[in-house]
Design a protein. Structure first.
Length: 269
């Protein structure tokens, strides 16, 4: 069984909602990213999105753009990100890992090669925000042949496509809570409850909400409506605020405690 499916089944049994942090791998360093993954797991993360730094991240707001720029200065590649997952496994991590990348790096490497490498390094899913449903059939088929879930994004503006996207989903459906790019928000799309209800009815897999969620109060709001919550920009910003710690030491106790404490707070610990 794919680790994503297994984890959501376990959480459902316990009556819990998944906490899914996102971090840009290589920001501030590969070594720090590895330590942060392990710290987030200890703090209560249920799955983790491993962000591949990209030069033109169309779906990402300024906080994640800056983190990508910092990682790209270190020449971090998609293979470096996959290797961090391998290292985390060797250090005892049990989390399902989800690669978050744009399509160009995948296309340049080749579908067979990238999904074979992901399978070999126990990465359970992939999110490709610039690969639409109408063009994903080949990628989806190859991903599934290697046991990797291609996880779809669905937005309030998807309109009549919502049901088609949700009906064919594997792993979970990633529901975009806000219009525009990622980033912390005080307000969400006005019809979010009806939107999530529509997705829930169409999907045969868990539904997860992301984009703009940044504190425990917002997590609690969405826990009632979905099976998981992704927090990205708020975590990346917290890492950004601790850069001076990680520049001294990849496993700096105060830096790790700052991020771990925030994840634990989001989880409700």
């Amino acid at each position: 069984m794919n680790l994503i499916d297994k984890r959501f089944a376990e959480l459902k049994e316990r009556g819990e909602t998944a906490m899914i942090p996102f971090l840009t791998i290589g920001d501030p360093t590969i070594e720090a990213s590895l330590e942060l993954i392990l710290e987030m797991e200890r703090a209560g993360a249920d799955l983790i999105e491993l962000g591949v730094p990209y030069s033109d991240p169309l779906a990402d707001g300024p906080v994640i753009q800056r983190s990508s720029e910092r990682a790209l200065l270190r020449k971090i590649t998609i293979f470096d990100v996959i290797d961090v997952a391998r290292q985390a496994r060797s250090r005892g991590s049990k989390l399902p890992f989800i690669l978050f990348t744009y399509y160009n790096p995948v296309l340049q490497i080749g579908l067979e090669r990238i999904f074979k490498t992901m399978q070999e390094n126990e990465i359970s899913g992939i999110i490709i925000p610039d690969l639409p449903l109408e063009e994903d059939s080949e990628t989806r088929a190859i991903a599934e042949s290697y046991g990797v879930h291609l996880i779809p994004l669905v937005a309030p503006t998807s309109n009549e496509r919502v049901k088609r996207i949700a009906a064919g989903a594997r792993g979970f459906v990633y529901c975009v809570s806000s219009l525009g790019v990622t980033g912390e928000r005080a307000e969400f799309f006005g019809g979010i409850e009806d939107f999530l209800s529509t997705v829930r009815e169409a999907a045969n897999v868990p539904i997860v909400v992301g984009f703009g969620i940044s504190n425990r109060e917002q997590v609690e709001r969405f826990e009632k409506l979905c099976d998981g919550v992704v927090v990205g920009s708020a975590i990346v910003r917290t890492i950004e605020s601790a850069l001076h710690h990680f520049q001294q030491d990849a496993a700096h106790p105060e830096g790790l405690q700052q991020i771990g404490g925030f994840v634990g707070q989001l989880k409700g610990r």
